[in-house]
Design a protein around this ligand. Structure first.
Ligand code: TYM
Length: 355
C-alpha cells in the first residue's frame, strides 16, 4: 500500500491563493460555533503496540471528548522519524496505530483521524515555529534533554531538538482549544502557547491559545517493574510495560510479577508505596471503582490477592480491544480509506490556517 502517492501529489499541501484570491477575505479556520470547542492530539507510531500509559493518559480522554467536541487526532509519523526508523516498519506501525485507536473507541464518524505526513502544512508551519522559538527555550525541553542524554549528543538527531516546534504547528494549525495529553507533554503545550502568543503579538491575532487537558488520575502511569519511572515505549523494561496488543497471558504474568512495596496494606501513597499506588490507579481508571473503595475492598487481604484482581481488570478490559484491533488490521483497505478521508479533512482546516 502507498498512502502518500496521489494524495500528496494532488494537493501538494499548498492552499495556493491567486492574486485575485488575495483580495478576498481569508477563510478563517477558527471555529465560530463556540458550543463545539476544538480538540487536537497526537500519538507516535513508534512501536507495535500502545501501552496502558498512552491509553489512560491520553486516548481514553480522546474517546470521551469526541462526543462533545470537534476532534482531530493525528498519528504523528513525522515525529517518529526523530529516532532510527525502518520505513516498512513505520508504515506497519502507522496502520497498527490506526487500528488500535479505532479499537479503543475512536469513531471516524465523530473524530477526524489522520496521518501527520499526509498534511504537509504541518512541516510548513513547523518551520515558521522554529524561526519563532529561541534556542534557549527549546534547549529547556526536558523530553529533549532526557532523550538526547540517552543516545548522546553526537547521535541525537536535529529533529529531536526541533520536535516541539513541529508539535506546536500540529496544534496551532487546527486552532485547537484543548489538547488532551499525559503529564509528560505539559511543557510542550506551554511552549505552544508561548509561540502562539508571540506570533499573535507580532503579526496580528492568528492562533487560538490551546490549553493542556490533563486529568489528575492516569496522567502519569508508571512502569510496573520500576514504579517511580514513567511507563514508556522507549524504556528498557519490557516486563514493566503493559501493552494493548500483548496476549492476555503475557499481561497476566506481567501484572502478577509487578513490583510491590514494603508492608502488606493496599493503600494509595505514591511516596511510600509507589508500586501499589500505580496499580491502584490502573485498576480504578479501568474499572471505574474509586481508589478508596478498592482500598476498603482489600482491607485484611495481601498484595497477592490485589495483584490478581488488577490483572483480571486489565486483561478483561484489553481482551476485546486487542481482538478488534487484530480484526481491523486484516482489512487494510478499510483502514486506509478512513485515514485518507481524515487526512483530506485535516488538510482543509490546516490550509485555511496556513493561508
Ligand atoms: P507519545 O506518542 O509519547 O504519547 C502519546 C500520549 O500518551 C501519553 N503518555 C502517557 N500518559 C500517562 N502515563 C504514561 N506513562 C504515558 N506515556 C505516554 C503522552 O503524554 C501523550 O499524550 N509529543 C507527543 C505526540 C504529539 C502530540 C502532538 C501530542 C505530537 N504532536 C500534538 C499532542 C498534540 C508524544 O510524543 O506522545
Amino acid at each position: 500500500y502507498q498512502w502518500n502517492s496521489n494524495l500528496c501529489a494532488n494537493h501538494g499541501g499548498q492552499a495556493r491563493r491567486s492574486v485575485t484570491d488575495l483580495k478576498k477575505p481569508l477563510i478563517h479556520a477558527r471555529i465560530t460555533d463556540m458550543s463545539q470547542k476544538r480538540v487536537l492530539s497526537g500519538i507516535q507510531p513508534t512501536s507495535d503496540s500502545f501501552h496502558l500509559g498512552n491509553y489512560l493518559g491520553a486516548v481514553k480522554q480522546w474517546v470521551e471528548l469526541q462526543d462533545s467536541h470537534d476532534t482531530f487526532y493525528c498519528i504523528v509519523d513525522l515525529h517518529a522519524l526523530t529516532i532510527e526508523t525502518d520505513p516498512t516498519l513505520l508504515r506497519q506501525r502507522t496502520l497498527a496505530s490506526a487500528a488500535q485507536l479505532l479499537a479503543l473507541g475512536i469513531s471516524p464518524d465523530k473524530a477526524t483521524l489522520f496521518i501527520q505526513s499526509q498534511v504537509p502544512q504541518h512541516n510548513q508551519l513547523g518551520w515558521i515555529m522554529e524561526c519563532l522559538a529561541g534556542f534557549g527555550e527549546a534547549s529547556r525541553m526536558t523530553q529533549f534533554k532526557d532523550k538526547s542524554a540517552k543516545v548522546g549528543s553526537d547521535s541525537a538527531r536535529v529533529g529531536l531538538f526541533t520536535y516541539p516546534m513541529l508539535q506546536a504547528a500540529d496544534i496551532l494549525l487546527y486552532q485547537a482549544n484543548l489538547v488532551p495529553v499525559g503529564e509528560d507533554q505539559r511543557q510542550h503545550i506551554e511552549l505552544t502557547r508561548d509561540l502562539a502568543g508571540r506570533f499573535n503579538a507580532r503579526y496580528g491575532d492568528t492562533f487560538t491559545l490551546p490549553e493542556a487537558y490533563i486529568l489528575k488520575e492516569g496522567a502519569k502511569i508508571n512502569d510496573i517493574q520500576e514504579p517511580t519511572a514513567k511507563m514508556s515505549k522507549s524504556s528498557g523494561s519490557v516486563a514493566g510495560v503493559i501493552e494493548i496488543m500483548d496476549s492476555p497471558d503475557a499481561n497476566l504474568k506481567k501484572i502478577k510479577s509487578a513490583v510491590t512495596d514494603a508492608g502488606r496494606e493496599v493503600k494509595f501513597d505514591p511516596i511510600e508505596k509507589p508500586g501499589i499506588s500505580n496499580l491502584l490507579t490502573i485498576h480504578s481508571s479501568l474499572s471505574g471503582i474509586s481508589i478508596s473503595q478498592i482500598e476498603s475492598d482489600f482491607v485484611g487481604k495481601g498484595y497477592g490477592d490485589f495483584k490478581a484482581a488488577v490483572a483480571d481488570v486489565v486483561v478483561e478490559y484489553l481482551r476485546p480491544i486487542r481482538e478488534r484491533a487484530q480484526e481491523l488490521l486484516l482489512d487494510e483497505k478499510h483502514l486506509l480509506s478512513i485515514l485518507h478521508s481524515g487526512s483530506e479533512k485535516a488538510r482543509t482546516v490546516a490550509s485555511a490556517t496556513l493561508d
